[in-house]
Each structure stands twice: as structure tokens, then as C-alpha cells.
Design a protein around this ligand. Sequence first.
Ligand code: ADP
Ligand code: NI
Length: 198
Amino acid sequence: MNAHTINLAREWAWSFFKEDTTGHDGWHMERVAANARYIAEKEEADALHCELAAWLHDIADDKFYMREGEGMERVEGWLQSQGFQNSETNALLHSIERVSFKAGTNRPPETLEAKVVQDADRLDALGAIGVARTFMYAGSHRHKMYDPVKESKDAIEHFYEKLLQLKNLMHTETAKRSANERHQFMEQFLEQFYREWN
Ligand code: ADP
Ligand code: NI
């Protein structure tokens, strides 16, 4: 694997997510790739593996296709066309497949590299970026910002359903440190939000 392959994956991700306004644009991929590289270097994981998997992680995600498994098949075909050995392709597919949360039903990552990639994606759901993405997502799904009487779905409930739990689900020490900082910021954000609301 080399920088050329990474560049091709980067170009693919940018063109794939050209139109997205739900929090999965090319800049999400840029941030996750940068997080993955950073965490991998600190944790002595294979940084090229982690970065490549980060670029491809959302292209493989079922939520962007009509048919289940289509995204993974496309990514697998692409990896094969890049001339990876089967063992390397399988390791990358493992990292890519285990990234997603799927309401807590997906199996956990087993390799250090897969753990790094999942941590990298989860960090981008936290902190100021996480707050921003949550409201983008809610807006694009026609949810409310906040509904204190809980008659309809709102963005604020996502903090309790998922985001405030993520710091305890990080695998690597490096990601835990960033997650703690971003977690504190979200707590502060919620406090201030309720203060202004009331
Ligand atoms: P990813 O593919 O990066 O793991 P998701 O597709 O699960 O992310 O979600 C994209 C972004 O939208 C994330 O920042 C996530 O926290 C946020 N999000 C997901 N589900 C909801 C929801 N029900 N309400 C508000 N925000 C959400
Ligand atoms: Ni993602």
C-alpha cells in the first residue's frame, strides 16, 4: 500500500459524497482520515491501513444503498482492483465493516487497526463538530431542534441516546483523551442550551 492508493480513495470519497448535507461530506472523510492517521501513529498501528479504511468507511455503509451489502461489495471490488493480497483486502474490509454503530447491534472491531478506525469515526460525532453534525442530521430528517414535551423526534435526544455514551466506548487511550475533552464540551453545551431555553 502507498500514498497513491490513499489518493485514489480520497478522490473516490470526495466524488461519492459531493451532494451530501447530512454530515457525510468529503470533510467528514478528511477529518476521520486525519484522526485515524493521528491515533494510528500514537498507538503504533498500521497508519496507511487505518487511513485507507477511514477514506472508504462510509462508501461501504448500507445506509447509502437500496440493497444490503452493496457498499461493501463495491469497496471489496475496488480493493481487489488495486492489487491487494487477499489477506490485506480482508483485513481492510474488517476495519471498514466494523466502523458503524448500527444502533449498537454491530459486532465490535477485533484488530488494533479496526479499533483505531472506529475511534476515529466516533470522535467526529463528538465535541463542537459533533454538535453541528447532530443538528445538520436532525434538520435533514425533519426532526425538531428540541421538543421538551417529547411529542416528536428532536436533535437533543441524540445526545442521550448515543453521543454521551461514546467516551466510554473508545478503544484506544489516544482517542479516550480526545473523547473526554469533547465530552466535556458537549456537557457544557447542553447546560447552556437549557439555561437559555428556560
Ligand atoms: P457515521 O456514519 O459518521 O457514523 P451516522 O450516519 O450515524 O454517522 O450519523 C451522522 C451524524 O449524524 C453523526 O454526527 C451522528 O451523531 C448524527 N446523528 C445520527 N443519528 C442522529 C439522530 N437520530 N439525530 C441527530 N443526529 C444524529
Ligand atoms: Ni463516518
